[in-house]
Design a protein around this ligand. Structure first.
Ligand SMILES: *Cc1c(COP(=O)(O)O)cnc(C)c1O
Length: 457
């Protein structure tokens, strides 16, 4: 019998997250203060003081394995471990000798990997006596994960949702409201940043960078609240390593080991959550030729086109300044359907590993990603979110290369979620209306003119 699904028993679910920081060949560059622009202490905390103490400690931790609190494990067990699939039907359709596996995070209640960190952050907030969490969301995937997590841990939740998505994607808003959260379109009149932008343009469509600024500002002015972020920072990547830790056990069950791991990167959390537990083997020399491929949209090509430089994480310059690949914190990317990949910057850990040459990056066009998504739907059945359709494109291309060369490589796809709220995008593709966006070179140039000037040292 050919086994197509690898289940891990709940009693075998990993009990620790993996922290890559102590294993990095060179330490991460320090963050810089958004106001003074001076380097911040390597042991933290993150400015401004809006995060819980627990995640502040994790952000800078040198502990290699961090225990997952029992209450978080219990919450994970409502949807974890997730299944590792062998994509036999896709392999057959491609007529490739490659073995294709995918670890599927779309079976969480929110439909993506994001509850893995949302539940941890909500748990710590509750434990520290916080009354509400404030956050931002683009297309609504992160907001819905945090809304559910706050419901689990009896916290209030306020979400600044990018205005254009608020109007175009009511489905996600309704999910969040059903879980009990309060949603406001951003820019909003609730914050100074929002009021400034609305005064300039009452129809402002918003951006993720702006929504982050509003959430930070709102949390800063509210003693009972903490801020929560869904990607980019170290502690979020840490919480996501439950994905890769599970996958390692499941690949062992399958008697397989990946030659190539591929995943999409917006802020980098789902893919890092999969590949960090494997990069250990590359760093230790156990699997030196392991290829790790980050995939991003051609319309927002942070790693493949952005310079490696100091920039703010948010539009208004309230978040720390980090050394990263960036298109500029004021850059508003074209409206590709992969809303989760429309962020100007990238996780410092991913940028660091990319700079060190340990991981690769590729940018792909939108139409080609949906072509891959439809192929996957017609073979494996799953309707994939627009973000991981980017992984599917590159995985299929690599499998087709194997067909030419006759090599039976093992490809592992980090499949981050389903696309049940993105059917309009599939509709556009199927009716031939979906378009590609060229790299917006002029807009990036303009945004890069607004990078912060950082003193030497
Ligand atoms: C948010 C999201 C992403 C992008 O965020 P990362 O932090 O890069 O993982 C990718 N896929 C899905 C399904 C998402 O919801």
């Amino acid at each position: 019998m050919e086994r197509a699904m690898y289940f891990l028993d709940q009693k075998d679910m990993p009990t620790h997250w993996y922290n890559v920081l102590p294993d990095l060949p060179e330490p991460l560059p320090p963050l810089r203060h958004p106001g003074t622009k001076e380097p911040l202490p390597r042991e933290g905390p993150l400015p401004p003081p809006i995060f819980t103490d627990a995640v502040n400690k994790q952000e800078f931790s040198t502990e290699r394995y961090i225990e997952i609190p029992e209450e978080v494990q219990e919450a994970y067990r409502t949807y974890r471990p997730t299944v590792l699939h062998r994509a036999y039907r896709l392999e057959k359709a491609l007529d490739t000798p490659a073995k294709i596996f995918y670890k599927y995070e779309g079976t969480s209640q929110a439909g993506s990997h994001k509850p893995n960190t949302a539940l941890a952050q909500a748990y710590y907030a509750k434990k520290e006596g916080v009354k509400r969490l404030i956050t931002e969301t683009g297309a609504g995937q992160w907001g819905s994960a945090l809304a559910m997590a706050c419901a689990f841990f009896s916290l209030e939740c306020k979400v600044f949702m990018v205005r254009v998505s608020y109007h175009q994607k009511p489905g996600r808003r309704i999910l969040m409201e059903t879980w009990g959260s309060k949603i406001v379109p951003s820019p909003s009149s609730d914050t100074e940043v929002g009021r400034r932008l609305l005064a300039e343009n009452p129809e402002h469509p918003g951006s993720l960078g702006i929504a982050i600024s509003e959430a930070i500002q709102a949390a800063f002015g509210d003693d009972e609240a903490k801020y929560s972020i869904g990607s980019v920072v170290n502690h979020v990547l840490l919480h996501q390593t439950i994905i890769g830790e599970e996958t390692r056990k499941q690949m062992e069950m399958a008697d397989a080991y990946p030659d190539i791991i591929v995943g999409c990167v917006g802020g980098g959390s789902n893919f890092a959550g999969q590949f960090l537990p494997w990069i250990r083997d590359k760093l230790s020399g156990k699997k030196p030729d392991l290829r790790i491929i980050c995939v991003e949209p051609k319309a927002c090509p942070t790693l493949t086109k952005g310079p490696y430089t100091w920039d703010f994480g948010d539009e208004a310059g309230l978040a720390p300044i980090v050394l990263m690949y960036t298109l500029g914190h004021t850059f508003v990317p074209p409206g590709v359907h992969a809303g989760g990949l429309r962020y100007h910057g990238m996780s410092p850990i991913i940028c660091h590993l990319y700079k060190l040459g340990l991981i690769e990056a590729q940018a792909v066009h939108q139409v080609a990603t949906f072509e891959a998504g439809v192929k996957f739907a017609r073979t494996e059945g799953i309707i994939t979110a627009p973000e991981p359709c980017h992984d599917l494109r590159v995985a299929i291309d690599e499998a087709l290369k194997c067909k030419e060369s006759g090599e039976a490589k093992t490809i592992l796809i980090a499949h981050s979620g389903h696309g049940h709220f993105d059917l309009a995008a599939y509709d556009e593709y199927l009716s031939g209306k979906l378009v590609d966006y060229e790299y917006p070179e002029e807009k990036v140039k303009e945004a890069l003119a607004h990078l912060p000037q950082v003193p030497e040292g």
